[in-house]
Ligand binder design. Sequence first.
Ligand SMILES: Nc1ncnc2c1ncn2[C@@H]1O[C@H](COP(=O)(O)OP(=O)(O)OP(=O)(O)O)[C@@H](O)[C@H]1O
Length: 689
Amino acid sequence: MSTERGSLSISSENIFPIIKKWLYSDRDIFVRELVSNGADAITKLKKLELVGEAEIPEGTQYKITVTVNPEEKSICFSDNGIGMTADEVREYINQIAYSGARKFIEKYKDKASEDQIIGHFGLGFYSAFMVADKVTINTLSWQKDAAPVYWESEGGLEYEMREGTRTERGTDVTLYLNEDSYEFCNEYRVREVLNKYCSFMPVEIYLKNANEQEKKDSDKSKDEKKEDKELKPINNTNPLWTKHPNDCTEEEYKEFYREVFYDFKEPLFWIHLNMDYPFNLKGILYFPKINTEYDSIEGVIKLYNNQVFVADNIKEVIPEFLMLLKGVLDCPDLPLNVSRSALQNDGFVKKISDYISKKVADKLSGMYKVERENYEKFWDDISPFIKFGCLKDEKFFDRMKDFILFKNLEGKYITLEDYIEKSKPKADDADNKDDKAADEKANKDDMATADKKDSSGADTGDEAKKDSDNKKEDKADKKDKAKDDEKVIVYYVTDEKQQSQYINMFKEAGQEAVILRHNIDQPFITHMEYRNQKIKFQRIDAGLSDSFRDEVEKKDEKILKKNTEAMTKLFRKILGKDKLEVKVEKLKNDKISSVITMSEENRRFQDMMRMYNIGGNDKNLFDDGETLILNANHKLVQYIINNEDSEHTPMICEQLYDLAYLSHRPLEPEAMTKFIQRSNEIMMLLAKC
Ligand SMILES: Nc1ncnc2c1ncn2[C@@H]1O[C@H](COP(=O)(O)OP(=O)(O)OP(=O)(O)O)[C@@H](O)[C@H]1O
């Protein structure tokens, strides 16, 4: 073959600046592209062998060798795949590779900076020119009697082709690096890049340093040379996700997790996705052990395309809440050479995302049904993730809503249904009692009306019926309305230490409450209320139900009212809080002197204001809506009621207020200082010193 020269028909002034800018952040991508080309060449040859077209000597070890040469400032990608004939080089390299690049640029030239492109697939061979001034190809086709071809191009605009010298089937692509890219002839740097992109490629990849090899060869004995041959590939060609789940052991899953995520804490459990239809998707999602004390949980989902790494955490493909997990996903069908915004609108991508979300919900609900014990054991770790998923993905919420657990005051895990069931009998009893009484009354009224009308002698049978019907309708209306108002209240605790006084009261009254102490719980319960209009969450200190109070006789009621008025005046004056609500009540637990309650709405609103730092030092804003309940069954309260003017009353009032406040929310610094001082004074009074 005579030497052949030509120019590559691309308009150079457009292409380079764009590609350079576009690839700037991850120039190392060329390694992935060239190794992938080698792997494709091997896969093609294997296929030809499979269909009986190509005859390959037995024992052939397919491999790709990446050789760095720091002295020559080059890097070479060598494979023993299909190779190319001169015609193929003309077609695939001179035309297709370049026309591919050109098409690509035409499509993205206006968007390159803003609209980031996901995978850089599609650029392939051309990406070599991002780091190299000169690129050469030495190739020999698998075909019988094929002649070797040598090809070179400087700058990627013109090429030269002639007969080559290669004697073994396959292709070498050598890049003579430009000054800015010398890092890519450093063995460690290249190893790093190979580990990033090629750790799980399906063909063995070896990394060599040409200079060291030469040195070793000259120094070494024969035995040592043999050792070199047993160099280990840098990759694992059969990553666990490619195996059938039935063939994987627990230890293998754990080891793979350590290997990929360098996390030496064992994962809680995992989901192995293995699907061929209607799209091809394989992967393993791990639920890592997390510490719920910390707010942020960061996971990583690695996305692969046919075992070639594409990127971490591509949110267009992976449901956002899954980013809290750690995992690998291999999806060969993904259109990765398109822009991110195109992916967002891609129905197919949406389907994948939905499928993954469904699989995760299936696994979790399956665990709930079959391995409830394990599910409970993991609950504290997985619940922030599940709740986040419920907030972000309505379908996930629908699938998971019956499998949300709540830890109650006894430390047992119950579902919302369990909770409702437990609080139902009382409500039902009351309901039934009321209904029965109302029914009886309505019947009696009916009869009385009928009697009356009858005795007057008028033919009012119909009217009486109408009247009775009206009453019944009225009753039904009222009942509906009552049902509407009668939401099941789910009481909850956010801080077991701080709210211990309320917890004790709840426990004594046999009242159920659940513990919701994670940050995600507030938005989550708001969402639950929105989705389930029959329930209402209420923090344990939002109010006291009748079950905490003594039954009060009529005459006592009057006294309590009078005391309430007196104490309101007194406390407002002493504390200087003229909006403070005070109530004197008879609480069953006579060890409790004072409690503060604040309506759920007010507290949520104030918590939100605090979170966003609105309202600053406006104390009045935050005192708004609180009620101080004084227990008339407690001796101290009785004392101040009876001794409003005593010398110690102001001190006792302040202390009672602070003690109640402490169970509700931490004291502000100034109040805390006063509280400590006052406590000391009280002890001094006790010690009479
Ligand atoms: N190492 C190789 N051995 C054999 N043929 C190769 C090799 N490298 C490239 N080719 C040929 O050159 C063509 C163009 O390569 P290029 O990398 O530009 O695009 P591609 O591999 O087809 O697609 P992609 O953009 O996904 O990489 C390939 O399709 C292949 O036919």
